[in-house]
Design a protein around this ligand. Structure first.
Ligand code: ACO
Length: 321
């Protein structure tokens, strides 16, 4: 039986941290105290003008390829989870394949599930690998969310940041990905959306992120709790078996409420939202890479990844590292 395992991770954050006070200095009508109390965010990274999603993805991918010690030419599947692609088309995954100079005819495509994107992409890669159709995947979450923020809307622009995280997943005899689940309910699309498009050379609708913060908060805590239980039950494990919980890094209060609902201590939750803000599809692989590199996550650790985002979409992946 073929299984899939993560064999290397990498991540990349553009530029220097931008603190809450830096945002105030840039003229946003907010305060460090408001942002920290409501969200736990102290700083985030913002890509310079002209820096694209595929550029961030390339930097994170090169680190993951190095960590996995694999030949890029052996990567036969590239999936990029993003809501802020370089172009309408081609996909950021195809652009990343070109940046990495991979010309082996492997598959490359994007997954659009907003902040659940990485969990969706990892689930898809696992299914491709276990089917036997592909052997080694590069799965990336990469975002330049700063491009879709309305910097006049203080209730949203302070929450997000830019970055990328990547993993190499390959066929293995021992299971590394123990269980996964992905879900969506499109009826919730209005509570978090960028309700615009491009037509005839013009933006139709609104090109900025719009959010009903309180509705998102309640929805996120409910589904993150439910989907965690779903994958644990599927794997025949309980919350006590989980060494590290990595929820999507939207807001420290969502992380705390989710951990409480699952009965998991915050000391077992990897938290990056304080330093990264919400990097959407990049947040989970960024946190995974950080906790692997600083030694918290080790070989044999059980790690539960959980995403929730616009759509609404949600999902979880249980890993045996
Ligand atoms: N600085 C100062 N004041 C602010 C700011 C700000 N940045 N933003 C809003 N306010 C003010 C509002 O104007 C309002 O003022 P008023 O009472 O005078 O009218 C007051 O703060 C309260 O506003 P609310 O929107 O009710 O604030 P709330 O307590 O709901 O907190 C927040 C807002 C932090 C967005 C909260 O709803 C939340 O955490 N929601 C979760 C949403 C989230 O994390 N989304 C991330 C994307 S979704 C995802 O990743 C799944």
């Amino acid at each position: 039986m073929i299984h899939s395992r993560i064999v290397g991770t990498g991540s990349f954050l553009p530029g220097e941290p931008v603190t809450n006070s830096d945002l105030v200095a840039r003229g946003i009508d907010t305060s460090d105290q408001w942002i920290v109390e409501r969200t736990g965010i102290h700083s985030r990274h913002l890509a310079a003008d002209g820096v694209s999603c595929s550029e961030l993805a390339e930097a994170a991918s090169r680190r993951a390829i190095e960590a996995a010690d694999v030949d890029p030419a052996s990567i036969d599947l590239i999936i990029v989870a993003t809501s802020t692609p370089d172009y309408i088309f081609p996909s950021s995954a195809a652009l990343l394949q070109a940046r990495l100079e991979i010309r082996n005819g492997g598959a490359a495509f994007d997954v659009q599930a907003v902040c659940s994107g990485f969990v969706y992409a990892l689930t898809v890669a696992d299914k491709f690998i276990r089917s036997g159709s592909h052997k080694r995947a590069l799965v990336v979450g990469a975002e330049v969310f700063s491009r879709i923020l309305d910097w006049k809307d203080r209730a949203t622009c302070v929450l997000f940041g830019d970055g990328a995280g990547a993993v190499i997943v390959e066929a293995a005899e021992r299971p590394g990905l123990l269980a996964s689940a992905i879900h969506a309910d499109g009826a919730y699309n209005p509570i978090l959306c960028v309700p615009g498009s491009v037509s005839g050379g013009t933006v139709i609708g609104d090109p900025f992120l719009r959010m009903d913060g309180q509705a998102v908060f309640k929805f996120a805590v409910r589904v993150l709790g439910d989907v965690a239980q779903e994958v644990l039950t599927d794997a025949g494990l309980g919350t006590d078996d989980v060494d590290w919980l990595i929820p999507h890094q939207a807001n420290i209060r969502i992380l705390q409420a989710t951990a409480k609902r699952l009965g998991v201590s915050m000391s077992r939750v990897v938290t990056t939202v304080d330093q990264h803000g919400n990097t959407s599809a990049a947040s989970i692989p960024l946190a995974l890479d950080l906790a692997l590199r600083d030694g918290r996550i080790r070989a044999g650790s059980k790690v539960l990844l959980e995403g929730v985002g616009g759509g609404f979409t949600w999902g979880a992946v249980l890993l045996d590292m």
